[in-house]
Design a protein around this ligand. Structure first.
Ligand code: ADP
Ligand code: ASP
Ligand code: MG
Length: 452
């Protein structure tokens, strides 16, 4: 059976009108059998605030009311169907219970369960909107199939288990129903709810598509595809018709929020094409991400990732010695920190850490025990408020003139770090967060808008 998995992000399921538009996209394509939804826009942020230790009782009640209002607005537009009200009320009660529980005792498991409730609501409501349009649709709890490890906040999907559970429990339902399920969430081997990290619904959709051996994954969002840079930063950014898996993975990794960084992996493993389009204007088309593409330009896009930390380690042990980097990486690995960019000198190593990759509840990566461990073998300096800008494309490391063009643009700015040469697909620079928007705009103008 030819099968498409369609994922709708927060703004696409923000309210009844948005869900209505998405329902048409689904019904218009009979191949779409599985729908993956995010929480309605803003709900996960409200839940994150609810999980925070310093949120006062009064504020917690206000947050719960705001979440309730968003759900009840949609229920009202649906004409208050009693069965759906019952499921939404059950979720809202669970939110209150978990919020109460967290104000007494904080556990990572309870935080993840609370964060997962936004997707529980949106999936129940969206299935009801589809039914209202005459489709045979039902909600399905993804926790039955999305098996992960127990690393709450940023759980690791267990690919083989997901494949077998999906084939057994989910695939048979797709023959006569459109199934609406939750992105972002999963469950560990003890059936405790886990989350995949912020923005993880794209990843969920790709994982389910892989498990079902689907023909395509569609990521429906608020922009008509992947652009040459974030259209919010450069008004002249233009949509890209077709892009390779490698380029898209680089863009996602380096901050193009339109795609969660891990989304491409399952698609590559199963050679599934990915489409990115706007649920507001599906007629505009979008971007196809494929294995093979016709054009491989040197400059494809500029991406920016904010909230970067630069860790500078100084140690005389490095001088003509072996093993210093291995030791440093072992410490970081024990703390589950993946190093991003790295440069070294004789006695220094500078590495960037990506705070945007922290867990679903927004907990930072650097903690006291990590810094203490690092301090035992080096002098540690931490710089914050940095942004990483990546020029993404092809043959970047082997095309003469790339650096001249990029450095010309960077001339008035202080560049804290440059990484070039490791990948044929990117050149990265680290600048002050406050200058990031200006640098992206200037790079975009020079690389994509200049006529000569
Ligand atoms: P969703 O809620 O649908 O998952 P996101 O907010 O996560 O949507 O991602 C869509 C946003 O990604 C866009 O509104 C846009 O501002 C941002 N974005 C960043 N880089 C790009 C890019 N290169 N192309 C398109 N959108 C981008
Ligand atoms: N709702 C989750 C978030 O806001 C997941 C997603 O939107 O992809 O991060
Ligand atoms: Mg997203």
């Amino acid at each position: 059976m030819s099968l498409v998995v369609a994922k709708f992000g927060g703004t696409s399921v923000a309210d009844y009108a948005a869900m209505h538009r998405c329902a048409h996209i689904i019904i218009d394509n009979p191949r779409t059998r599985l729908v993956v939804v995010s929480a309605s826009s803003g709900v996960t942020n409200l839940l994150v605030e609810l999980t925070q230790a310093d949120t006062q009782e009064g504020r917690r009640q206000a947050l719960i009311e705001q979440i309730t209002d968003i759900q009840y607005q949609i229920l009202g537009d649906l004409g208050h169907p009693s069965d759906v009200i019952a499921s939404i009320d059950a979720v809202l009660n669970r939110i209150s219970q978990l919020s109460e529980q967290l104000s007494q005792t904080r556990t990572k498991a309870a935080i993840d369960e609370l964060l997962a409730q936004g997707e529980q609501c949106s999936s129940a409501l969206f299935a009801a909107v589809l039914r209202e349009k005459g489709a045979a649709a039902s909600a399905f709890d993804v926790r039955a199939v999305m098996r992960t490890d127990s690393f709450f906040g940023r759980a690791e999907p267990q690919i083989e288990q997901i494949a077998s559970l999906t084939q057994t429990l989910l695939a048979p339902k797709l023959t006569d129903h459109i199934i609406v399920t939750q992105g972002f969430i999963g469950a560990d081997y003890n059936h405790c709810t886990t989350t995949l990290g912020r923005g993880g619904s794209d990843y969920s959709a790709a994982l389910l598509a892989e498990a079902l051996k689907a023909d395509a994954v569609e990521i429906w969002t608020d922009v008509a595809g992947i652009y040459t840079t974030d259209p919010r930063l450069a008004p002249n950014a233009r949509p890209i018709k077709e892009i390779s898996f490698n380029e898209a993975a680089e863009m996602a990794t380096f901050g193009a929020k339109v795609l969660h960084p891990a989304t491409i992996l399952p698609a590559v493993r199963q050679k599934i094409q990915v489409f990115v389009g706007s649920s507001w204007a599906p007629e505009k088309g979008g971007t196809w991400i494929r294995h093979q593409v016709d054009a491989v330009p040197v400059y494809r896009a500029v991406a920016v990732r904010r909230d970067q930390t630069l860790l500078n380690l100084h140690s005389l042990q490095m001088l003509h010695a072996q093993g210093f980097l291995a030791e440093t990486f072992a410490i970081l690995a024990r703390h589950k920190i993946s190093v991003d960019l790295i440069t070294t000198s004789e006695v220094n190593v500078a590495l960037t850490l990506d705070k945007t990759g922290s867990d679903s509840s927004g907990n930072g990566l650097l903690n006291e025990s990590l810094l203490q461990e690092l301090s035992k073998h080096s002098r540690v300096r931490v710089e914050d408020n940095l942004a990483l800008i990546a020029i993404v494309g092809n043959k970047i490391a082997t095309t003469p003139g790339v650096c001249r063009r990029v450095f010309e643009v960077l001339e008035p700015h202080n560049v804290r770090m440059i990484c070039q040469g490791a990948s044929p697909h990117n050149l990265c620079v680290l600048v002050a967060e406050s200058e990031a928007a200006q640098v992206v705009k200037a790079l975009h103008e020079n690389l994509f808008e200049a006529t000569s």
